[in-house]
Design a binder for this molecule. Structure first.
Ligand SMILES: *Cc1c(COP(=O)(O)O)cnc(C)c1O
Length: 382
């Protein structure tokens, strides 16, 4: 007990304590907390599909038809035909042979590397890779190394020094990084493949639905589908729903159904969620202007911040504004909250120490008027 209290006190003293805030109402990009309305800059609902009427209708329909829960894991009686429909759709969307749905991105990442790699294999992962992948690497018998964020020469040095000692090798990265909003140098990583013989895993959690001609992601945009062996994405961000997918080959899919522990030992996603995911993919396909406007507004927002001398990162709908000091960042976030902005300070351990930031995540409905007002309010606060 003492240990826990000590730790919590120390977190608080270092401006690192986190607390939950409960939302009572959601109205598009506004949320109500304790009776107060905020403009929300912290959701990942990039295309605002979580409240899209047609998707909600499909979800309700499936819930009425099949029930609220799926009643069992997919290897028992939880595997509705809806899963097949969704997996076929995803395989086409990602232009891969096969796809497997997981209950969440976290659950997928936590088991993939243990299932697919052995102790004679090696994995090289970007330093800023998502926590779920780090946990997955820890559970995998494969040896792993971390290369400096988006640093190709560091990756190549690690490959040079270590690749030949192992049987299979994997390079793991994200396409759009969740806390930095920047994009991995996938073309260059693919080029290294010829020299060092490895496979590539890319997590497209924040790119799915937004980039590429069909909204499939950065891999589609860069025309690298054939060079990337494993693609992970989620339904929980731009697609506005819940769950994740892993796209690869039929063989890998068959293998994971037999070997992935988080796939096997967890109840299947509810029918209403699967139906929503199917409907959501249709909207992404049909309503291209949503992602187009989001990308344009994100460029506009970053330019505006630069013109006003803020230190920013990223090149996507996620824009971190760096204030570095944890206490200062916390204070700015609290002041923004006072005037009606729901902005969350991102601190260690989500990002390195002294790199505290506000992570501003835009959605299709954050129009330029909102963005201009926000930047002018932020200027008054800092
Ligand atoms: C959000 C996220 C995940 C986890 O996905 P969930 O479906 O929310 O569990 C995995 N990887 C990345 C890069 C993410 O941003």
């Amino acid at each position: 007990m003492d240990r826990m209290l000590d730790e919590l006190n120390s977190l608080e003293k270092n401006s690192l304590l986190r607390e939950l805030k409960s939302i009572s109402e959601i109205d598009d990009i506004f949320v109500k907390i304790n009776g107060k309305k905020y403009l929300d800059f912290s959701s990942n609902d990039y295309l605002n599909l979580s409240s899209y009427p047609e998707i909600i209708e499909k979800s309700i329909e499936a819930t009425k038809k099949f029930g609220v829960g799926s009643r069992a894991s997919r290897l028992l009686s939880g595997n509705l035909e809806l899963f097949d429909e969704l997996e076929h759709k995803i395989a086409r969307f990602k232009n891969k042979e096969a796809a497997l749905v997981f209950n969440s991105g976290y659950q997928a990442n936590v088991s993939l590397f243990a299932a697919l790699f052995e102790d004679c294999d090696v994995i090289f992962a970007d330093k800023f890779i998502h926590a779920s992948i780090i946990d997955g690497l820890k559970l995998s018998p494969a040896k792993f190394f971390r290369f400096r964020h988006n640093d190709l020469s560091h990756l190549e040095n690690l490959l040079k020094a270590n690749r030949s000692k192992f049987k299979r090798a994997l390079v793991a990265t994200e396409s759009v990084f969740s806390m930095d909003g920047d994009i991995a140098p996938l073309v260059e990583i693919v080029n290294l493949k010829k020299k060092y013989d490895f496979e590539i895993f890319v997590d497209e959690a924040h790119a799915t639905g937004i980039f590429g001609k069909n909204g499939s992601g950065i891999i589609e945009q860069l025309n690298l589908t054939r060079d990337i062996d494993y693609i992970l994405g989620t339904f929980s961000k731009a697609l506005g729903s819940f769950g994740a997918y892993f796209a690869s080959t039929n063989l890998v899919k068959k293998y994971l159904i037999n070997k992935s522990r988080s796939f096997i030992f967890s109840t299947a996603l509810p029918p209403g969620v699967i139906a929503a995911n199917i409907a959501s993919l249709n909207i992404v396909k049909n309503e291209m202007e949503r992602r187009k406007i989001l990308i344009e507004n994100s460029d506009f927002f970053r330019n505006l911040l630069k013109q006003n001398f803020f230190e920013i990162k990223g090149e996507t709908q996620i824009t971190p504004i760096l204030f570095r000091d944890e206490a200062k960042t916390l204070q700015i976030a609290q002041n923004l909250q006072k005037i009606g902005y729901f902005v969350i300070p991102i601190r260690y351990p989500s990002v390195p120490k002294n790199e505290a930031r506000l992570r501003i995540s835009l959605t299709y409905k954050h129009s330029r008027d909102f963005l201009e007002k926000f930047v002018s309010d932020l200027k008054k606060i800092v």
